[in-house]
Design a protein around this ligand. Structure first.
Ligand code: ZN
Length: 201
């Protein structure tokens, strides 16, 4: 395999134990499609109803470390481990998925995105980027229009108790690790939020 100039090509790193094989390509549910979005630019929308817990996206691409991510000028990525990010396969419609502060999708695990609730035809398919971005200085000004819009999503939103309650275990692994480390010294508390009621988890 040939190697381009190192400054022009992201370095790929090996997957850690537990992440499983990382597909090179993304998969999107056939009842999802790209349309103009009131949130930003284009977005993903359901063209048919999607029941809660339906797998809507399986993510793939290349694993890179944080230094490589920081050197990229434009990217679509998510955090899948400590100092480990998945650079999404380029030119796939999943890239158009917008952020919402009250999303219709959430992560089941690092690479699997499912419906957070029953989704009606025509609804936009969104994720809360704070649940998948373990980059402390990341921030996004938001005008998603949700009643609970935070106005600004950040890489430190995992610290917000109301978001932990809303999303339960539906954060990517490095954010779950932060949450667990921050709560480990406190008295044990059962996850009782409605957002963590998935009996199959
Ligand atoms: Zn918002």
């Amino acid at each position: 395999m040939s190697h381009d100039h190192p400054a022009s090509r992201p370095t790929t790193v090996a997957a850690p134990d537990g992440l499983g094989p990382v597909p090179a390509a993304c998969w999107l549910h056939p009842d999802a499609e790209v349309r103009p979005s009131p949130i930003a630019g284009r977005g993903l929308f359901a063209r048919a109803p999607l029941a809660a817990d339906t797998v809507v996206e399986r993510l793939g691409g290349r694993l890179i470390d944080g230094a490589t991510l920081a050197g990229l000028t434009r990217h679509d990525s998510l955090s899948v481990g400590e100092d480990l990010h998945l650079l999404l396969a380029p030119d796939h419609p999943v890239r158009f998925g917008n952020h919402s502060c009250d999303p219709t999708l959430w992560h089941r695990d690092a690479l699997t995105v499912v419906a957070r609730r029953d989704i009606a035809a025509g609804e936009e398919l969104t994720l809360d980027y704070a649940t998948l971005t373990a980059v402390d200085d990341w921030a996004l000004d938001c005008r998603c229009g949700a009643d609970r819009c935070r106005g600004r999503a950040t890489g430190l939103d995992w610290r917000r108790p109301e978001l932990r309650a809303a999303y339960g275990r539906h954060w990517t692994p490095p954010l779950l690790a932060r949450i667990d480390a921050a709560t480990a010294h406190r008295p044990a508390r059962e996850p009782t939020s409605a957002g963590d009621a998935d009996p199959s988890a």
